[in-house]
Design a protein around this ligand. Structure first.
Ligand code: CU
Length: 744
């Protein structure tokens, strides 16, 4: 009956049929000089408690990163005798917050420390040892090369669930494993198992009656192929359903239009209802100037524009100019920089564009509802320097989103509190520039510069361009040029682009051969119910490459990976700050209260492993049923212990502060958080101890579950600025605070 198995120090906890936990001392393993401690013996290992199963809340910033998510213990077989080892998992550098394959599998460099291996010849006709990686189905079995006592670099592994094996072999060059097994260990991800035992527990039957939810809701769309347990199906949000404007007689939505504004120019911007036909349904949505996405505002670097905003919706709102280092009073944060703009009222924004690049605007009041319903637009800031970017044949501003529809309309929102508070609201229809099918036509040899923005409430994308005629062929190489606030120090080539909510990436693609290329989101979701990874592949649109050759060939420029000395010089003045101790620490965690028993017990099962990224919403009912009554996402000051709005940081213009951010693996449910800092820019110095040697100025950083990330924040802009998670529902749950920057 044993299910979960988690260790800390010398104690292991075993979950028995999901009704309780017992602890017993772990048989002492040999402690060997020169070998790092076993994963669970490392400082900061977290454990389920003996008294009812809740994970212990970590009281301070623990050892980072979470040791058990990035570590594999190697245990001996009978033939391995006293051999023991530990494998650490380090992600190779990528321009993104996580490093994954084009299919969304996490990539890790494995390093093994081994001790106690006997002379291989004592086991038979063998001369050495070889390490192997293999998925749990044992096919394929990939050689990681010869290993011995001491430190061994095993190279990269990117399986979902896998084992590391060490066998005695006749030669280091063997391509197939034939010799005896001496050491073996399992990836952290292989701890996931099915929730099946839960069905045996009384909890499953109690779920729906343990508290009163509103009966006005009908169940939300399920995730195909992932059945839910009966107890969980009884859950209802403790908030009433709300879908504004459902009866409104309103104009039809228009596609996005381009607005070029000169220095000093003014845009009239109106938020109001629109009607649109989508996937066979008639929807009432919200739009800026009737357009979905909102108008694409094109301006020049170092210019100022005015936006006369009018709120024609029945909801209080405001407009935030994401990533723009503008004057604080125009930052658009209700209660911090302005009063909410009430229905029928107006507000004049003045926006100065200090930096070239791609930015976006959206409401900062009930974002979970207003943004999801259509209120978002891009701003493309053209650089002053004509050679800022490489020459290309065309530029495309692409907004990525997902929308959640039920059989007839949008799934209602929570009125008194947002729901989907646990993981955020995942959509079931992808929208690219507002449309379910994105289309682009180019000529063979064209180079296209894409400016990607992720405006979804919670979904992290893993995007690639796949030749549709050759299933299984590798995606088209992508050149990564820039991110939130400008360019990288140097350009790099990747196979896919990971984009968390609110992040932007500027990429270039050479479409060399005629044919069709699918813009694809390819991720490895988790079927929590069955404890399995679940591949999700979605085509968001098509790039059609004609047989005609490009009018102007930019392939040479495309193939040259630039080093941006202007960016390096801008960063140089801060390099002396990189290695010092952090000035501040933040812990990202979760507190839950009065969850239905079935949901709480299911979540305990999930606690044995958290995927660094929760790519998709495979627990739709559990997630849907959670509101602010049960879920409190927390930003905690690691030094003072203050949480969310009780954190008070004060800086002066010109300050540079190093902040260490730990995404608490010991949280009741850990998942990634895209953390956004208003009005300033920062550098991501390192993640999980891996130094970032290709920097770019950011305003949003993706923080995977269990990770530790150091950032260097430049305080360049006076005022009161907000820090918050950009998962809209997490922000609504209170995952935010404000800091002050005094001017000089
Ligand atoms: Cu969050």
């Amino acid at each position: 009956m044993q299910h979960a198995f988690v260790c800390s120090s010398s104690i292991c906890s075993v979950a028995i049929a999901a009704v309780g936990f017992v602890t017993f001392p772990l048989q002492a393993l040999p402690q060997v000089a020169g070998v790092p401690p076993l994963c669970a013996d490392r400082p900061g290992a977290v454990t389920l408690t003996a008294d009812g199963g809740r994970p212990a809340r970590s009281e301070s910033v623990p050892e980072r990163p979470a040791s058990d998510l990035f570590c594999i213990d190697l245990f001996s077989t009978a033939r391995g005798r006293d051999a023991v080892g530990v494998v650490t998992l380090t992600r190779p550098w990528s321009p993104f917050g996580v490093t994954v394959t084009a299919e969304g599998r996490h990539r890790h460099e494995l390093t093994a420390w081994i001790t106690g291996l006997p002379d291989a010849a004592t086991l038979g006709p063998y001369t050495t040892y070889v390490a192997w990686a293999t998925p749990l189905v044992l096919d394929p079995v990939v050689s990681l090369g010869e290993v011995g006592n001491g430190r061994n670099e095993l190279g990269e592994v990117a399986f979902n669930k896998y084992m590391v094996l060490v066998t005695a072999e006749a030669s280091a060059e063997v391509s197939e494993r034939t010799g005896p097994l001496v050491l073996r260990g399992r990836s952290p991800s292989s701890r996931m198992e099915a929730h099946d035992l839960l069905a045996l527990a009384p909890a499953a039957e109690l779920g729906g009656t343990s508290r009163a939810g509103s009966s006005a809701w009908s169940l939300p769309p399920m995730y195909e192929g992932v059945p839910m347990l009966a107890g969980i199906m009884e859950g209802r949000p403790r908030s009433s359903p709300f879908l504004p404007g459902a009866d409104a007689d309103v104009p039809e939505a228009l596609p996005r239009q381009l607005v070029r504004l000169p220095d000093g120019g003014t845009l009239d911007l109106r938020a109001g209802f629109v009607r649109r036909e989508l996937e066979g349904r008639t929807l009432v949505m919200l739009a800026f100037n009737g357009q979905i996405p909102g108008p694409l505002i094109e301006v020049g670097e170092k210019t100022t524009i005015f936006v006369d905003f009018t709120n024609d919706t029945p909801l209080p709102t405001s407009v935030h100019w994401h990533g723009v280092r503008l004057d604080n009073r125009y930052d658009g944060v209700p209660g911090v920089t302005q009063e909410p703009v009430q229905p029928g009222e107006s507000f004049r924004y003045q926006i100065y564009f200090r930096d070239a690049g791609i930015y976006w605007y959206h409401p900062h009041h009930r974002e979970d509802l207003q943004q999801e319903m259509g209120l978002a637009g891009n701003m493309l800031v053209h650089p002053l320097d004509d050679s800022y970017y490489s020459p290309v044949n065309r530029e495309e501003v692409v907004m990525l989103d997902d929308l959640l529809l039920d059989e007839s309309s949008l799934v209602p929102f929570g009125r008194e509190s947002s729901n989907y508070m646990l993981m955020g609201r995942f959509g079931n229809v992808f929208l690219t520039n507002g449309e379910p099918e994105y289309g682009l036509e180019v000529d063979a040899g064209d180079v296209v510069r894409f400016f990607f923005t992720n405006i979804s409430n919670t979904r992290t994308f893993n995007l690639s361009f796949r030749p549709t005629a050759e299933p299984g062929a590798p995606p088209v190489p992508v050149k990564v040029v820039g991110s939130d606030v400008g360019k990288f120090e140097r350009e790099t080539m990747v196979q896919s682009v990971v984009l968390a909510p609110a992040e932007r990436y500027v990429i270039e693609v050479l479409f060399d051969k005629p044919g069709a290329y699918a813009l694809t989101n390819h991720v490895q979701g988790i079927n929590h119910r069955m404890g399995l990874f679940r591949e999700e592949v979605s085509a968001l649109g098509t790039v059609a490459v004609s047989g005609a050759r490009t009018a102007v060939d930019h392939s040479n420029a495309f193939e040259t990976l630039r080093i941006n000395q202007d960016v390096r010089a801008d960063i140089d003045r801060y390099r002396s700050e990189f290695d010092r101790e952090p000035d501040h620490e933040l812990v990202l965690t979760l507190e839950v209260d009065s969850l239905p028993l079935a949901i709480e017990q299911s979540m305990l099962y999930d606690w044995v492993y958290f995927n660094p990224i929760e790519w998709t919403g495979t627990m739709p009912v559990m997630n849907w049923a959670t509101t602010g009554a049960e879920i409190g996402w927390i930003l905690r000051d690691g030094v003072s212990g203050a949480e969310n709005e009780h954190i008070h940081w004060r800086f002066r213009v010109g300050d540079v502060v190093k902040i260490r951010i730990y995404n608490d693996r010991g949280a009741f449910h850990a998942m990634q958080h895209p953390l956004h800092i208003h009005g300033q820019r920062f550098l991501v110095l390192e993640e999980n101890g891996v130094v970032n040697d290709n920097l770019v100025w950011k305003d949003t950083v993706l923080l995977p579950a269990g990770s530790t990330t150091d950032i260097l924040l430049e305080l360049s802009n006076p005022g009161r600025w907000m820090v918050h998670c950009h998962i809209a529902e997490h922000l609504e749950s209170g995952m935010k605070f404000v800091f002050d920057v005094e001017g000089n």
